[in-house]
Structure formats: C-alpha cells, structure tokens
Design a protein around this ligand. Structure first.
Ligand SMILES: O=C(O)CCC(=O)C(=O)O
Length: 244
C-alpha cells in the first residue's frame, strides 16, 4: 500500500487525499517568513482575500511564461515531499510549475468555483497558520445552472473537508472536474463532527475540534498546479515582434 492509498478520503468521490503534518512547524514558519518578506506589490488585494501568484499570472491564452518557482516554494514541498508521493508523475511537466498563495483573514473566503482546463486536473494544497473548512458542491449539468445556488442559503455543500495547518490536501479526478470548491465567509466554522467532516478519521489532531467549532484565524493556502501551456520567454518575444 502506498502513502497515497492510506491518505485517501474514502467518503469523497474519487479522488481526494489528506495528509496531516505534511510539513513541520519550522518549515511552516520559514515559508510564512519568506511569503511576508516579498515586496508589497507582489500581493494582489481582492475584495475578500489577498493573493500572490508564482512565478507569474497566466497570459490571456492561459499560458505560463516559463520561470522557476522560488526556492522557498519548491523545497521541501515539491522536492522531496510531492516527488516522493508521485502525485504529479502523470502530469505533462511531471511537477507543479505554478503556485497561488491565498490569505484569508477571519470572515474571508472564496466563492464556489472550479479551476478549469488551464491546469492538469490535480491540485495539491498546503495549509498554513490556521485550520479552515473547504466546502464541495456538486456541479449542476446544463449551462444555466452551473454553480448557481452553490453556497446560497438552503443549498449547503455536499461535502466538507477540514484542512489543518501544515496539512496537504490533493484533489483530482472527478472531484476536480465535477465539483465546485469554496470557503465560507464566516468568523467561525462549526458542526465539526465525524459525520459532517469527511476526512475526520485522517485528521492529525481531531481533539482540537472536540467542541465542534473553532473561531477562524488568518489562514494561508499554497495551491500547487501544473499549467498545461508553457511559453518560453524567447519564443514569446519572437511572437510579439512578428507584427513589426
Ligand atoms: O485556499 C484554498 O484552500 C482554496 C483556494 C482555491 O480555491 C483556489 O486557489 O482556486
């Protein structure tokens, strides 16, 4: 049995994997320090969270300009940990080439959405600093109903995943293509029980949630993906000059 087999969240549609304590507290502190020492313009301030995009945002054609990730996002998460899991071994570039850093203060979240076709359909999310609940919504078929109602009153999520600080969550397969994911804008996550949290039996410290609730604190996520289209800068310059 592989490490991924033991990390499978079996109550979810295929596939999700959850590994608590994927990085150490020292590694978490180092990444947070690096993240906070980048120049302020590296952050994009959105209305409900702020965001860093590494190595850069995708072009209008959903391509990534080839560039290495900074070392603090590469080691130890990609090398050696994700490499050891082998989760990107079938991806076109065999490794993630893009990382989004999302920061959510208490009360902030992200609307239910899907990540779409720009990426190989696998996301590896490392959570830092505080826990948070990720909500999963079934995507309705039919253009007019995709995403509509998700997250609205009376239309609760189909599944809930509790992400502890320093944990890894991998989503892929039909969970990537058939479901939306989002994070509620709330000051407190509650109804935390083995029945409502689908990765409860994989949590590192379930006793921290024994009261069934916790007050949100600032939580950071690092989402690792493989962007399918990669443009070499030399080729892009040739392309831009073509019209001259
Ligand atoms: O912060 C998270 O865990 C989710 C982030 C997310 O949905 C995204 O980057 O598309």
């Amino acid at each position: 049995m592989t490490v991924l087999d033991t990390a499978s969240v079996t109550s979810l549609p295929e596939h999700a994997y959850y590994i608590p304590n994927f990085i150490t507290a020292d590694e978490e502190e180092h990444i947070l320090k690096q993240m906070n020492s980048v120049p302020l313009p590296r952050w994009t301030q959105l209305s409900h969270r702020r965001l860093q995009t590494w190595p850069s945002a995708l072009t209008k054609l959903n391509a990534l300009l080839a560039a290495p990730l900074p070392e603090w996002l590469h080691d130890p998460i990609i090398s050696p940990r994700l490499e050891q899991l082998g989760c990107f071994s079938d991806a076109p570039h065999k490794a993630p080439n893009h990382v989004l850093i999302n920061e959510y203060c208490a009360g902030q979240g992200i609307m239910p959405h899907e990540d779409g076709p720009a990426y190989y359909p696998l996301v590896a999310t490392v959570s830092l600093a505080a826990p948070i609940v990720l909500d999963l919504y079934e995507k309705k078929m039919g253009r007019e109903s995709v995403g509509v109602g998700a997250g609205q009153e009376g239309m609760g999520p189909k599944y809930r995943v509790l992400q502890e600080p320093r944990s890894l969550l991998i989503t892929t397969g039909s969970l990537y293509t058939q479901y939306l994911h989002g994070i509620a804008e709330t000051l407190r996550d509650d109804k935390l029980t083995p029945e409502s949290i689908c990765n409860w039996d994989l949590l590192g410290d379930p006793q921290n949630y024994a009261t069934g609730t916790y007050e949100r604190k600032t939580r950071i996520s690092l989402t690792y993906r493989d962007v399918l289209k990669v443009a070499k800068l030399g080729n892009s310059i040739k392309f831009l000059n073509r019209g001259k």
